[in-house]
Design a protein around this ligand. Structure first.
Ligand SMILES: [Zn+2]
Length: 289
């Protein structure tokens, strides 16, 4: 299991450990949300070892914040704490960037770190001030983000195709970086689950709400090098840090909706983006409010 890919050079080693720990805790919760026991014990071991290697005072601080919320360590984006949205004093942003010691948000007390060059969500689409009030899955996606027949035939290209779709439709910038971040997440633990579903995603895309694209592959994609089953229904999701915990509920809802063979078959038979969209709305109506 690769846990070194969130390495930030020139930054206090404790901050690196905290960032990795946060990611593993969220990855573990994702496994629970999709009802998968795959590699839970491996994750637990990695989490436990990171916890034990934290300096005692940092460990205490971590536990204290963790009691209130699953999100303990959060990046700064555009001088804002992504945990609570507070605009941070410039001096604090500089101090966090310097990375010489740990700093907490003055409002939510979460531990802050600085992260360079993440893709940004473009806010011109959806959820605008004049957008009609939406419910269910329509809050996070739209028909133009549905790909009824993906061209790509292997995992990395599938993620690239879905990320490219989001960029092309004006939802997110920097497709190359988006793909890069999604593959880093796959390296920790691949996001393919049972029933031919896969949930590649990127956390920390700020500047708007959570956004979801969906691609169908009739032939199937080999997502996991270990598991021989193929993924046919691939959800690609960009997640602002503050929505990380909500994402776990969405993930559970999507899994629950497509446990049903009937729902999966309808999706596989949809021929156009509009048809895929129609099936997605209907299938998720009960589980995603
Ligand atoms: Zn905060």
């Amino acid at each position: 299991m690769d846990t070194k890919n969130t390495n930030h050079s020139n930054v206090h080693p404790t901050i690196n450990m905290l960032v990795q720990l946060q990611e593993l805790i969220l990855v573990r919760s994702e496994q629970e949300a999709v009802m998968s026991n795959s590699r839970l014990s491996q994750l637990d071991t990695a989490i436990q070892s990171l916890r034990q290697n934290l300096p005692p005072e940092t460990y205490q601080l971590f536990q204290k914040i963790e009691k209130k919320d699953m999100l303990v360590t959060v990046p700064i984006s555009n001088n804002v704490c992504t945990g609570c949205g507070l605009i941070l004093p410039v001096s604090l942003v500089h101090a966090v960037r310097a990375g010489e010691k740990l700093h907490q948000c003055p409002n939510c007390a979460r531990i802050l770190y600085y992260q360079n060059f993440l893709p940004r969500r473009l806010s011109k689409k959806m959820g605008g001030r004049f957008a009609p009030r939406r419910t269910g899955i329509a809050r996070f996606s739209s028909p133009e983000l549905m790909i009824p027949t993906m061209k790509a035939t292997e995992r990395d290209n599938v993620i690239a195709e879905l990320a490219g779709k989001m960029v092309e439709e004006g939802f997110v910038d920097n497709g190359a970086k988006l793909l890069d971040e999604a593959l880093k997440r796959e390296a920790i633990l691949n996001t393919a689950v049972e029933y031919g579903l896969a949930f590649p995603h990127v956390r920390g895309v700020e500047g708007g709400g959570l956004t979801l694209a969906l691609g169908i592959s009739r032939k199937g994609i080999k997502f996991d090098a270990i598991d021989r089953s193929l993924s046919h229904i691939i959800f690609f999701i960009v997640i602002p840090t503050a929505a990380s915990v909500f994402y776990l509920r969405l993930l559970a809802g999507l899994t629950q909706s497509f446990l049903k063979k009937d729902a999966r078959e309808k999706l596989m038979n949809a021929q156009t983006s509009e048809e895929v969209w129609g099936v997605l709305i209907k299938a998720t109506r009960a589980a995603i409010k």
